[in-house]
Design a protein around this ligand. Structure first.
Ligand code: FAD
Length: 510
């Protein structure tokens, strides 16, 4: 207790940690967030070169209107009026470019289905079937669909069924399968054979609900969440890496920081990967079977992040992102199976900034991991082979982008690798979305929010779904495990309904 308030310690200041901290502070807890980095936000981090900002793990969000899941979460946390959204083109917010055709993804499931039917008229019956399955699936996710009456186990069948199996059941044309699977794979890092249909449905529904960028990028969201926490009496301590979780009689009792400082807390919320949590617990705190399960959990896709400064006409990317696929076979293996491009610099911010990414195998980079170091300010030295591989891939990417946009002059190109990601966020192997959210690691095999250690709650993308919204929702699962999830869902559902200040910069007619 501190001044009569129960004390909670949160490890990690990504969207999951900050959301959990606000939810607890709203319930009267005295909350401190401990973050190893020098700035709060986790993947929402933005770095600067000569005053120009580059987002690292944020490009766009979906479903931010009143009544929609992410919008309601922002309202419930009390930050909606602080987050300025810039809507992307409702007639085509994502451009999916295949070697021989292009599909522009419109806002709204009905509009999306209509465009699929226009593009693939022979598949109209399959589209209707697919949309019916999609809607049934979404309704099973009570937290996402904000329906407190849905039992948590309703999601299980949807996470046991692969995306591929649904596509096979609905369609013949490989191009329509590529359009649907190709939109999902980069957003959650799993190919269609392994992707749980529930994961695909929720993540794509989120963006189909209306895609927007955030003015000020992910960093703005992080700073707004920090300010809200402080307003509620909470604290964020930066450069405070957590070394271990203290337990007494099998109950969480606080933390020990890397500085050696000991912190008492009745509740510990670990908003980091469960593997890292395991390493912080005393041996014997959890059952051997749980230890084995977490230790053997596979990490997901890695990525090369690309940060460009471009001179030229960025208008094609003013209100849309571009996904470029090498073929119809949606895969995350190989040198450049697909790439993603978004241009904050075309949206009135940070002139010339274009961000890209493409997948890479985290494991192949581990050979150069060496001592990752724990000083975010000073990146560790890497061998020449590491630098050469990074530059080789960067050159391939730049050439491919230049082929799409021959009029651009690329003034600057910098890249990050899975080792960069691991260094700055400590996510195991620097995997883009941490956990590999595949069928055999979701559903009944999901990593749990609660362990045998009472007073310890795990949140973050690994125990829920990837993405800002997925990570924030994981915090509701975590805090809901203490006080009951149903009332929390009701509270989100009924959070104030006034409209967000959308469209402050109207990029296109509504
Ligand atoms: C390149 C990229 C692009 C993305 N684009 C989007 C997008 O456009 N839209 C979207 O919705 N999602 C996007 N995502 C996904 C999204 O960023 C993540 O799903 C989300 O940030 C995960 O949140 P989290 O809180 O679970 O973890 P993180 O954001 O990883 O936060 C974990 C935090 O814990 C801290 N930490 C770790 N260990 C310790 C320790 N021992 N002590 C103290 N602190 C510690 C880390 O420093 C970090 O701050 C993207 C991700 C990447 C990598």
């Amino acid at each position: 207790m501190s001044g009569g308030r129960r004390v909670a310690a949160v490890v990690g200041s990504g969207p999951a940690g900050l959301t959990a901290a606000i939810l607890l502070a709203q319930r009267g807890w005295q909350v401190t967030v401990f973050e190893q980095h020098y700035r709060a936000g986790g993947c929402l981090h933005r770095f600067f070169r000569k005053g120009v900002g580059f987002d690292t793990g944020f490009h766009y969000v979906g479903s931010a209107d009143a009544g929609q899941s992410f919008g309601q979460v922002l309202r419930h946390l009390g930050v909606a009026d602080q987050v300025q959204l810039r809507p992307l083109d409702p007639d085509g917010f994502d451009i999916l470019r295949f070697p021989d055709f292009e599909f522009r993804v419109p806002r709204g499931v009905d509009q999306w289905a209509a465009r699929l039917c226009e593009t693939f008229p022979n598949e109209a019956a399959g589209v209707a079937r697919y949309v019916a399955i999609h809607r049934e699936c979404i309704a099973a996710y009570g937290l996402y669909s904000l329906d407190a009456s849905v039992p948590p186990e309703a999601i299980l069948p949807w996470e046991e069924r692969s995306l591929d199996s649904v596509l096979e059941a609905c369609f013949d044309d490989p191009r329509i399968k590529a359009v649907i699977a190709g939109h999902g794979a980069p957003l959650y890092g799993v190919g269609p054979a392994e992707a749980p249909f529930g994961l695909h449905a929720v993540v794509t529904d989120h963006f189909l609900g209306g895609a927007s960028s955030i003015v000020g990028g992910g960093d703005r969201l992080a700073q707004v969440l920090v300010a809200r926490l402080v307003q509620l009496g909470g604290t964020v301590r930066l450069r405070c890496g957590v070394a271990s979780i203290r337990t007494e009689g099998g109950v969480a009792a606080g933390l020990v920081l890397e500085s050696g400082e000991s912190v008492a807390a009745e509740l510990v919320v670990a908003a980091i990967h469960p593997k890292a949590v395991l390493a912080m617990l005393p041996v014997g705190a959890v059952r051997p079977a749980y230890r084995e399960r977490v230790e053997s959990a596979r990490s997901g896709m890695g990525h090369i992040g690309v940060y460009l400064e471009v001179e030229g006409d960025l208008s094609p990317l003013r209100a849309a992102n571009l996904y470029r696929y090498a073929s119809w076979s949606v895969d995350t293996a190989g040198d450049l199976p697909f790439w993603f491009l978004t241009a904050p610099g075309a949206r009135g911010e940070d002139a010339g900034v274009v961000l890209g990414l493409f997948p890479t195998d985290c494991v192949s980079w581990a050979q150069w991991a060496g001592d990752l170091g724990k000083r975010p300010g000073g990146a560790p030295e890497r061998p020449a082979e590491y630098e050469a591989e990074k530059q080789r891939l960067l050159a391939l990417f730049v050439a491919s982008v230049q082929a799409e946009f021959p009029d651009w002059t690329i003034r600057r190109a910098e890249a990050s690798t899975p080792l960069t990601m691991a260094h700055y966020t400590r996510v195991p192997q620097g995997a883009t979305y941490g956990h590999h959210h595949a069928i055999d690691q979701m559903g009944r095999y999901r990593l749990p929010v609660l362990t045998r250690v009472r007073g310890l709650v795990q949140v973050g993308q690994a125990v829920a779904m990837p993405g800002i919204c997925g990570a924030m929702m994981s915090a509701y699962l975590g805090v809901g495990s203490i006080d009951g999830l149903g009332p929390l869902i009701e509270a989100v559902r009924s959070a104030c309904r006034e409209a967000l200040p959308l469209g402050l910069d109207t990029l296109h007619p509504a």
